[in-house]
Design a binder for this molecule. Structure first.
Ligand SMILES: [Zn+2]
Ligand SMILES: [Zn+2]
Length: 178
């Protein structure tokens, strides 16, 4: 049982320091050194981790059970995503297409162009495709309060399998991270 009005007491992991946080998963008291946090904003956004889990802290046991494997999978999918070929709708050259998904991927509310493309590539990599085709990226300028200028980027594309050996690397990759 947890009760927010109750003092957290000692950290239930080390039983040495005061438990400064309640684990976001099991609510056990945990001190800062014993806790784990979602520290990579890309992990949070690409895996759509709920806000309270991003802002809170996990005890070691819950982290190991719920997040550690997920973080590892994220890191390897991210590496694969960086190798994904991206073909924009404006691409005129032949694409050595083997197979194309019938379901388009849509991403929105992205902070910039690179992350929009990376998010499309990430979904493709996760589904074990090596390309995204018919990619379109658009931006809607949003005027935010204060001095922060934010932009709302959107992207769409179809995960696809292409013959990587036949892709002209320069053509397909140079457009991604310019
Ligand atoms: Zn501790
Ligand atoms: Zn926990």
């Amino acid at each position: 049982m947890t009760d927010e009005t109750t003092e957290l007491g000692e950290c239930l992991s080390c039983r040495k320091r005061a438990g400064a946080y309640a684990c976001v998963s099991c609510a056990d008291a945990v001190c800062k050194p014993c806790s784990e946090k979602v520290s990579d904003p890309l992990f949070a956004s690409l895996e759509a981790i709920p806000n309270e889990q991003v802002e809170g802290r996990f005890c070691g046991r819950c982290w190991d059970a719920e997040m550690a494997a997920r973080l590892e999978a994220f890191q390897s999918t991210l590496e694969a995503a960086k190798q994904v070929f991206v073909f924009f709708t404006t691409q005129k050259k032949h694409i050595p297409l083997i197979r194309k998904s019938k379901t388009p991927v849509n991403v929105e509310s992205c902070p910039d162009r690179d992350e929009t493309i990376l998010r499309l590539a990430y979904v493709a990599a996760k589904e074990e495709y090596n390309a995204v085709v018919d990619v379109e990226v658009t931006v809607k300028k949003v005027r935010a309060g204060g001095s922060n200028k934010t932009a709302d980027w959107k992207g769409t594309g179809f995960p696809a399998l292409v013959d990587g050996k036949k892709v002209d690397l320069q053509d397909s990759r140079e457009q991604i991270y310019r």
